[in-house]
Design a protein around this ligand. Structure first.
Ligand code: UT7
Length: 323
């Protein structure tokens, strides 16, 4: 018997506070029309002062677990993608595990920035498809607002906070058909936060503890690599572009998404777009979009979904999913 990993529940959560483009125009030299024209973003959600990544992850996870119709105690693996872990350690996945009360199985974080959810899904899929885990919780959760320089209009208008989650179950029916992960660390300085734990001092002293991005270079590379990785996923499964029912892309920029859709010959009504409502939520963006489309009854059982992402590292990846 061949085992597969199937998605049996999705959930997501956005913090209450909404910051519009006009709100940002009061603190940096920008306009609503510039942001909308260049990115498609209208607003983003930002955490309260006392709200943390694990809080967002917990809300999204509880919703996914409820949608799956299981008890949290049945979860035997947690893989959580985040760039904005609450603590140096323990991992946010361990903090989440305690909140959910599903102790005992492995729980760990994955760091692949905006590609984090695709990486996490790929890792969890391997645990489930080999029979190591029976029910896995895969989460993307970010408080990106905490690593933004709110005086830098090049970056602060682009990102937001949020979380999304899926529950995977071992099944004889295909679910995740394939995953495709890539990285090229030679480009690390085009999109990064220069400070961290080990090299903290110099960067913090220079005031470089926030996201820095060469937007136009990242844009070009993102279009190129996402175009390649969606074709890679189709070829691996001997599927034609027309076999894809839904594209659920990383929500960084509507123009990047439109370029990938064009490459696939897909009309925009087959693309799940949430970037206008919450901007780029990094690792949370794909599960947030997936959950929105599922709850709107757009994505239906048996349909074929293509997810793809590009982010800091550079990292990029895709997955084909039979829902
Ligand atoms: O999640 C994965 C990683 N991130 C991405 O995928 C993001 C990739 N990059 C992008 O989405 C786009 O490059 C941006 C939205 C960041 C920028 O759009 P662009 O069309 O590439 O613009 P640009 O960087 O070429 O900048 C055009 C102009 C510049 O002014 P000058 O030099 O032409 O006078 C910028 O200073 O726009 C200016 N600009 C702004 N103006 C108003 C940059 N940010 C802003 C702003 N408001 N917020």
């Amino acid at each position: 018997m061949t085992l597969h990993a199937r998605i049996i529940g999705t959930g997501s959560y956005l913090p209450e506070k909404i910051v519009t483009n006009d709100d940002l125009a009061k603190i940096v030299d920008t306009t609503d029309s510039w942001i909308q024209e260049r990115t498609g973003i209208k607003q983003r959600h930002i955490v309260a002062d006392d709200e943390f990544t694990v809080d967002l992850a917990e809300h999204a996870s509880r919703r996914a677990i409820e949608a799956a119709g299981i008890d949290a105690s049945e979860i035997d693996l947690i893989v959580l993608a985040t760039t904005t872990a609450d603590q140096v350690f323990p991992s946010t996945a361990c903090l989440l595990q305690s909140r959910l009360g599903c102790q005992g199985g492995p729980a760990f974080d994955i760091q692949a920035v905006c590609t984090g959810f695709v990486y996490a899904l790929s890792v969890a899929e391997k645990f489930v498809a080999t029979g190591t885990s029976k029910k896995a919780l895969v989460v993307g959760a970010e408080t990106f607002s905490r690593i933004l320089d709110w005086t830098d209009r090049n970056t602060c208008v682009l990102f937001g906070d949020g979380a999304g989650a899926v529950v995977l179950e071992a099944s004889e029916e295909p679910g995740i058909l394939s995953t495709h992960l890539h990285a090229n660390g030679d480009y690390s300085k085009l999109l990064h936060v220069p400070s961290g734990v080990s090299n903290n001092l110099a960067a913090v002293q220079e005031g470089r503890a926030y996201v820095e991005m060469e937007g136009s270079d990242v844009f070009k590379m993102a279009v190129k690599k996402m175009g390649e990785v969606v074709i890679e996923a189709l070829d691996a499964n001997n599927l034609a572009k027309s076999d894809v029912d839904w594209l659920v892309p990383h929500q960084a920029n509507q123009r990047i998404i439109a370029a990938t859709a064009k490459k696939l010959g897909m009309t925009m009504d087959k693309v799940v777009l949430t970037v206008a409502e919450h901007g780029n939520t990094s690792a949370a963006s794909i599960p947030l979009a997936l959950d929105a489309a599922v709850r709107q009854n757009r994505i239906k059982a048996g349909e074929t979904i293509l997810i793809e992402a590009f982010g800091g590292g550079f990292t990029w990846g895709s997955a084909l999913i039979r829902y």
